[in-house]
Design a protein around this ligand. Structure first.
Ligand SMILES: Cc1cc2nc3c(=O)[nH]c(=O)nc-3n(C[C@H](O)[C@H](O)[C@H](O)COP(=O)(O)O)c2cc1C
Length: 367
């Protein structure tokens, strides 16, 4: 009998032929202007499979959304044209590709932004900036300026415009980046939001920004082409919430009530070193549509088989193992061994090395 991992599943408008997806991963291989490059076309082409879903690296929604060094955007015509080369090559392989859209908020720098960084509140991230991703020149995170309500409305509109641009670039849909401590998550979590207006205080108020963005994107491109990523147990970039399960259950319930036909809800699992009682069960009990789950499957892909047997409508997004194995889907299907990933080249700016030069299993066998 075929394992559930390799059986079809309907996700939005797509009929996926298997349930191994590429997790979104920033790789700093765009041009200095934030345009997709030819090595990006090669990288995504290598990972595309018939009926398989790729989720792009995070893509800036506007010139003021922040960026890291050589990460891509989708707000200029040249970017739309260059992304088209990526989406066309993925479609030629019979694959699908969603575009992850982000605003960095307080994780960016004024040096890269040209103006003071922004967030829900004036609370900086504690600790030392992640030099390798950000290309930071300072050793402390900057203090952000709280966004005004008109600015919040502008950012909501920017997400909708970027979603429309993603459609023009040939993407199959968009994933709103509401995870990992970036702007949307900075609003949701109580550790980074002490606003006293409609966007702060209660879980409902802190979730408002995420839900307004979802509404705006849905009304522009449709529920079936819209998805959102959340990390209920995320601690990266100082994320914490007074009531993680309560807050993220509220967000999930609102999505279920208002947008039950979203393509998928994408949830990041707690890390293996976190409390094992932190499971996705409370959110699974609420969200009835397709669910993408990510985290820890790179270490043990047998879990991908196990989870998809247990849960219908589940798709497994894999990060580090997929960046190191262009033919990951075939390796998992055939139980072939995996290449090890090289952490030093995760964010190696502009280089092919450690990006589009990992061998397939067949290439290794022939060498
Ligand atoms: C190099 C790298 C870049 C990443 N960039 C992003 C990103 O742009 N957006 C995002 O939501 N998550 C990002 N992540 C997190 C991954 O999507 C994924 O959740 C994480 O790697 C855990 O999955 P894994 O254990 O299969 O690697 C990144 C992870 C890595 C390793």
């Amino acid at each position: 009998m075929t394992a559930a991992l390799f059986t079809p599943v309907q996700v939005g408008n797509m009929t996926l032929q298997h349930r191994v997806a590429l997790a979104p991963m920033s790789r700093n291989r765009a041009s200095v202007h934030g345009d997709p490059t030819d090595i990006m076309v090669k990288y995504y082409k290598q990972r595309a499979t018939k009926g398989g879903l790729l989720i792009s690296e995070a893509v800036s929604i506007s010139a003021t959304a922040g960026a890291y060094v050589q990460t891509p955007g989708l707000f200029k015509d040249t970017q739309v044209q260059k992304w088209k080369k990526v989406t066309e090559t993925v479609h030629q392989q019979g694959g699908y590709i969603y575009c992850q859209l982000w605003h960095l908020g307080r994780t960016s720098t004024s040096a890269l932004m040209g103006s003071q960084i922004v967030s829900a509140s004036d609370i900086p991230i504690k600790g030392v900036p992640i030099q390798d991703i950000g290309g930071y020149t300072t050793d402390v995170y900057e203090t952000p300026r709280p966004l005004t309500q008109p600015e919040i409305k502008t950012i909501v509109a920017d997400f909708a415009q970027a979603a429309e641009n993603a459609m023009a670039a040939g993407f199959d849909g968009v994933e709103i980046h509401g995870a990992n401590g970036f702007l949307v998550d900075q609003f949701i979590n109580s550790s980074s939001n002490n606003r006293t207006d409609d966007y702060g205080g209660s879980s409902a108020n802190r979730a408002r920004f995420a839900l307004e963005i979802t509404d705006a994107v849905v009304s522009r491109i449709g529920e079936e082409k819209t998805a959102i990523r959340l990390s209920p147990y995320g601690e990266f970039q100082d994320m914490n919430d007074d009531d993680r399960v309560g807050t993220f259950s509220y967000v999930t319930q609102q999505l279920q009530n208002k947008h039950p036909k979203l393509a998928y809800v994408h949830l990041v699992e707690a890390r293996l070193d976190q409390d094992r009682s932190q499971t996705l069960a409370p959110f699974r009990a609420i969200w009835q549509g397709p669910m993408v789950v990510a985290g820890n499957y790179s270490e043990d892909y047998k879990e991908a088989y196990a989870q998809t047997e247990k849960h219908a409508n589940t798709i497994i997004a894999i990060g580090r193992a997929f960046l190191a194995n262009p033919d990951l889907v075939e390796r998992i299907r055939n139980h072939w061994p995996l290449n090890k990933y090289d952490r030093d080249t995760f964010y190696a700016i502009g280089t092919l090395k450690g990006y589009a030069d990992y061998p397939t299993y067949q290439q290794t066998m022939q060498a």
